[in-house]
Design a protein around this ligand. Structure first.
Ligand SMILES: Nc1ncnc2c1ncn2[C@@H]1O[C@H](COP(=O)(O)OP(=O)(O)OP(=O)(O)O)[C@@H](O)[C@H]1O
Ligand SMILES: Nc1nc2c(ncn2[C@@H]2O[C@H](COP(=O)(O)O)[C@@H](O)[C@H]2O)c(=O)[nH]1
Length: 210
């Protein structure tokens, strides 16, 4: 048996959650730049596009009617109401990627994470905490993408989001984005090596030890 085929495996689902502004997208971008084996799941959303965002790259921006049609068609692995809009993970895109042996990075909230855990108990869940609530608000303001009203709404929801931290497998404090990304990358590498994910290794080891 060839070693390459012995190491072949289905991709894993790697979830990042946090209160809005703690740095998920920043960590996600760095992770995707540092590792070729993982691809971003681009969600669908009904929220308006922000300046600088690109349809199809950051999200698939859709109308309420279109989102509902997609729900009815069973297009989502999970979906949820977040900050007054709907967001969902596209089933087809994710399944195609993991079947090819590539991992998928999902930037989704705690509601979506709970739903995904039901679908795939092997998901890896990482929660990112801000160093303080003051710093969280400062980050939302300096990002400069949201109105005062939107920022106030996100800050109001932050404590409720954070209350779900203990449901996750790993918790990181994002003091420093580079360090946080390094830890997120270490988690990914260790998870890939877990024996339970190495179903194809059974044949290899049997041949190795006779
Ligand atoms: N460690 C850090 N130190 C200082 N600023 C940071 C750090 N990490 C991220 N930021 C900045 O904080 C702002 C919010 O980060 P980001 O957009 O990644 O958050 P998010 O969790 O993805 O938010 P949302 O849930 O709203 O999409 C950005 O301007 C980003 O550059
Ligand atoms: N359950 C899901 N949550 C999602 C999805 N895509 C994004 N999100 C979460 O929504 C908030 C707000 O995001 P923003 O881009 O408007 O700032 C954030 O917590 C995301 O993680 C999804 O497909 N499902």
């Amino acid at each position: 048996m060839e070693i390459a085929s012995a190491f072949k495996r289905r991709g894993l689902l790697y979830v990042l959650s946090s209160p809005s502004g703690a740095g998920k997208s920043t960590i996600a971008r760095k992770l995707l730049d540092s590792d070729d084996g993982i691809a971003l799941s681009v969600s669908a959303t009904t929220r308006p596009i922000r300046p600088g965002e690109v349809d199809g790259r950051d999200y698939h921006f859709v109308s309420d009617d279109r989102f509902q049609a997609m729900v009815d068609e069973g297009a989502f692995l999970e979906w949820a109401h977040v900050f007054g809009h709907r967001y969902g993970t596209l089933k087809g895109e994710v399944l195609k990627t993991i079947e090819r042996g590539r991992d998928v990075l999902l930037d989704i909230d705690w509601q979506g994470t709970q739903q995904l855990k039901q679908v795939d108990p092997d998901i890896v869940r990482v929660f990112i905490l801000p160093p303080s609530m003051e710093e969280l608000e400062r980050r939302l303001r300096t990002r400069g993408t949201d109105s005062d009203e939107v920022i106030a709404r996100r800050m109001e929801r932050a404590a409720a989001e954070i209350s779900h931290w203990a449901e996750y497998d790993y918790v990181l404090i994002n003091n420093n984005a580079d360090k946080c990304c390094e830890l997120a990358l270490n988690i990914l590498k260790a998870e890939r090596l877990k024996a339970g994910r190495r179903v194809f290794l059974h044949d290899f080891v049997r041949q190795l030890i006779g």
